[in-house]
Design a protein around this ligand. Sequence first.
Ligand SMILES: NC(=O)c1ccc[n+]([C@@H]2O[C@H](COP(=O)([O-])OP(=O)(O)OC[C@H]3O[C@@H](n4cnc5c(N)ncnc54)[C@H](O)[C@@H]3O)[C@@H](O)[C@H]2O)c1
Length: 354
Amino acid sequence: MIIQSKSHPYSVESFDDLASALDASSLPERSHWLVDQVLLQHHAAAFRGRLPELRTVLIEATEERKSYEAIGPVFLDLLGKGLKRDGNLVVVGGGVVQDIGCFIATVLARGIGWELVPTTLLAQADSCIGSKSSINIGSFKNQIGTFYPPHRVLLCPATLRSLPWDEIRSGVGEIIKFQLLTGESEFRELMRDLASLSGQPQAIAKWIHRSLEIKKGYIEEDEFDRGRRNLLNYGHTFGHAYESATHYGIPHGIAVVLGMLTATYVSIQMSMTDHAHFDDVRTQLLPWCEPYGDLLAKVDLDEVVLAMRRDKKNTVDGVNCILTRGFGKMEKRRVDIDRVVAPSLQAFIKRELH
Ligand SMILES: NC(=O)c1ccc[n+]([C@@H]2O[C@H](COP(=O)([O-])OP(=O)(O)OC[C@H]3O[C@@H](n4cnc5c(N)ncnc54)[C@H](O)[C@@H]3O)[C@@H](O)[C@H]2O)c1
């Protein structure tokens, strides 16, 4: 698959095993490596003999490390190990390591070549294309960022065998979003396939590729997220508020699923859809959220509303969110917090999560 970008076109190539993906990186004699240290432990055999010690930086994939404050030492480490303008950075990890690597590749020497080996389901099915980097500063999440795609994406679904089940479900959340945005038959086919997913995550390869095909359509039309790409935020306005109110106790993609259910519920209040559609989607999605639906049911509603008021995309009295008229019919709408959002959240959280 080739993705068109205002920076440069880039390819997404698939590999059967991690070692082959690592071997396929360009310029092995000039590349520096930024690698998720947990991943390295899980796949030590694939990495053996492939990481030049003097040109490798290992990193912990945490939100603290993905911050403006913590990223300076990573720059220094890579510069100290000789990374220069004509170099190439191979980034191996999930969304956290991707965000750090993309940010560094964008600003180091005003832009160096970089390649990405995404290793979580979320990174493989979603974040590996689309050009974005997002870095935290202080308590503000993802507030600093750039648009700069990798030069190649080297994709290996077999790497997911070591990924914890919650992280798999987090990636599934974004995959569900892409199918809900596309249409009813696609969504139902996905839900049938997911029923047999547990214990064999490699079976999800088909849905990784379908998700990327769908995302490609959005980002090639609106790479800088000023129009149609906004629809990919379906579930995110409420999901982010749930993540924030639970102090990131809910994995991102699962919060997005809960957010999509909330958006569907709010859409009923806005006379855009009916309760039958909500019940249909709810019955299928809620099992994917356990036990986090129960966690959300205990959350302080005021915290959620406060998080929405603080979100930079919203104002104190209005929320900009993606609502739905049914499968494949999403629309960006502005919704009043006090009159619509707060009462809808109250009813959704208290009544619809069991
Ligand atoms: N830039 C974008 O477009 C974009 C899009 C969505 C999300 N994000 C960001 O991505 C981050 C979340 O990323 P994520 O969900 O990919 O997870 P992650 O990078 O936080 O990784 C989750 C955990 O899995 C481990 N891990 C990674 N690969 C593994 C593997 N194959 N086997 C075993 N363990 C493995 C990591 O060490 C970590 O402990 C958030 O910071 C979010 O803001 C970025």
